[in-house]
Design a protein around this ligand. Sequence first.
Ligand code: SAM
Ligand code: SF4
Ligand code: SF4
Length: 354
Amino acid sequence: MNLSKSLNGSVISSARRLIRKRTAQVRRDIHGIRTIGVLGALSSSRPLLVHIVPMRRCNLACTYCNEFDNFSDAVPLETMKLRIDKLAEFGTCSIGISGGEPLMHPELDELIAYIRERGIFVGLLTNGYLLTEKRIKRLNTAGLETLQISIDNVMPDDVSKKSLKVLDQKLVLLQRFAEFGVNINSVIGSGTAQPEDAVVVARRATELGFTTTVGIIHNGKGQLKPLDERNERIYRELNSIGRKNFGYLNGFEKNLVAGKSNDWNCRAGARYFYVDEDGLVHYCSQRRGFPAVPLDSYTTSDIEREYSTQKECASYCTVACVQRVSALDRWRRSPQTILPQPTVSPRLGRTTED
Ligand SMILES: C[S@@+](CC[C@H](N)C(=O)[O-])C[C@H]1O[C@@H](n2cnc3c(N)ncnc32)[C@H](O)[C@@H]1O
Ligand code: SF4
Ligand code: SF4
């Protein structure tokens, strides 16, 4: 009798969880279509995606990464809120919380809730190490809409500890409890001992019902590090595993994997930009220093200028999120007429010609 009661109880709670997940998915899809698809498409001076960095510190030290340190304090919530207000004034459609490791920020939930309050679609990029059942439920309550984890290998090695061995248990928790979308990114060319692991990671992610993407490793300027034949083969295999990318973007990746350039208009500084921990606006995580203008003095005319400014780093760029965002404006056929200007970065003290 007790056994059947507890079995009934667990079936009911699984069914409830499933209904909550599906409802959250529908709500998320509607919010995404309304903000990014409709509002974003209407005006080219509206940022489609902004990455923010509330915590530069990281609990890991992947050797291919130049986006972390081991000492920075968390940016205070009140400072982050002012930045979100400014992004909301621009009509920003979506914000990705990056780092460093954002889960180390003590007020991350409040930050997520505030972004939602301002009507902006919110995603999180994390190495996943700090995820627990309780933490996932808190992210649900805060209103998180998507989460991405990049997993580099099956067993941790000298290059990366973002391994399936450590993270698989976190993925199972995400499958059970997350009411937000989960994407697993497999990075190729990172120099891990067993690059074929990227395929194992993608298969596992698909098995758990998550979406998957492929990231191609870049150097310190966002540029392609040529891939060898082994990695090219791995890419082809990854492509056969139920990935949900647009064909156009696959074309981008395919060219890069074959060592070929892409002809595209990078709309960084406009449709996409990166706000670092000091509140400075940069083209992207790999072009920090350009233009390095404080967000509170960034204006719509800055956005319009950058929209039309050619980026000399575009041909071999592997920064996929900016390519995705820029692709939404292909139909506008707005050529980039402004040549890149040598500007002195106040923070890094160098010019764009360095
Ligand atoms: C800098 S991390 C910050 C968030 C979090 N710590 C994480 O690892 O997801 C954001 C993303 O950048 C990717 N990344 C870091 N260095 C890279 C590189 N050299 N080439 C390609 N992707 C890189 C990571 O794999 C991760 O998906
Ligand atoms: S976990 Fe993320 S931020 Fe930390 S070192 Fe690795 S890629 Fe960089
Ligand atoms: S092309 Fe754009 S996204 Fe790529 S590195 Fe240059 S500024 Fe960054």
